[in-house]
Design a protein around this ligand. Structure first.
Ligand code: AMP
Ligand code: ZN
Length: 140
């Protein structure tokens, strides 16, 4: 019984470590995979989406591996606030007058990469183009 409990704990830990090692956005955060970086500090990174769904499309990620909004815990409040504030600052840096901020949550919500990320979308020339753009993840 105790052994089983121990084995489960080790197995779970190894499984979680494997997820971190395989996660493409963790690798981008550690610069093991290259990206077009707009901003970086110890906690967050802002980089260009490789397959943009808008004329201007950036992703804001925490460097810490959090799977999605659905996996947030109480101690993640600060990092979440930082991500949203960094989206606002990035939009200003990119001279976006208006923009969309999107979190896809879970497969049914269009999430493909299981590392929390906020989509910053903008740069549409005309007002009517905004409605014509599908949300990120929904057109795949
Ligand atoms: P989601 O559907 O919300 O999981 O969005 C994931 C986003 O990550 C998509 O818009 C992809 O185009 C983008 N993406 C996937 N791999 C990379 C990468 N290596 N560099 C930059 N963006 C990526
Ligand atoms: Zn990750």
């Amino acid at each position: 019984m105790v052994n089983n409990g121990f084995k489960t704990t080790i197995h779970d830990s190894l499984f979680i470590i494997q997820i971190y090692m395989d996660c493409i956005f963790c690798k981008i955060g550690k610069k093991e995979v290259s990206s077009d970086i707009l901003y970086e500090d110890d906690g967050v990174m802002v980089f260009k989406d490789a397959q943009p769904s808008a004329p201007v499309h950036y992703l804001i990620i925490p460097k810490e591996h959090i799977q999605s909004i659905a996996h947030l815990e109480g101690n993640h409040r600060d990092v979440l606030a930082k991500i949203i504030y960094k989206a606002k600052e990035s939009a200003e840096k990119l001279n976006l007058k208006g923009y969309k901020l999107v979190f896809n949550v879970g497969r049914e919500g269009g999430q493909v990469i299981d590392h929390l990320h906020l989509h910053l979308l903008g740069g549409w020339a005309k007002e009517e183009d905004v409605g014509a753009m599908p949300g990120p993840g929904l057109d795949k």
